[in-house]
Design a protein around this ligand. Sequence first.
Ligand SMILES: [Zn+2]
Length: 50
Amino acid sequence: MASNKVTLVCTECLSRNYSTPKNKQTHTERLEMKKFCRRCGKHTLHKETK
Ligand SMILES: [Zn+2]
């Protein structure tokens, strides 16, 4: 299988809030999505990290 797990970090407080499966062959760009951050107490932009 070519899918890996990636970690999503809050771009405001840098908390590692989520991990999600990602197929690197079909998604070559970095993931960015709005997710709820418990530390910030609101929805913030989360980005993929290693
Ligand atoms: Zn945050």
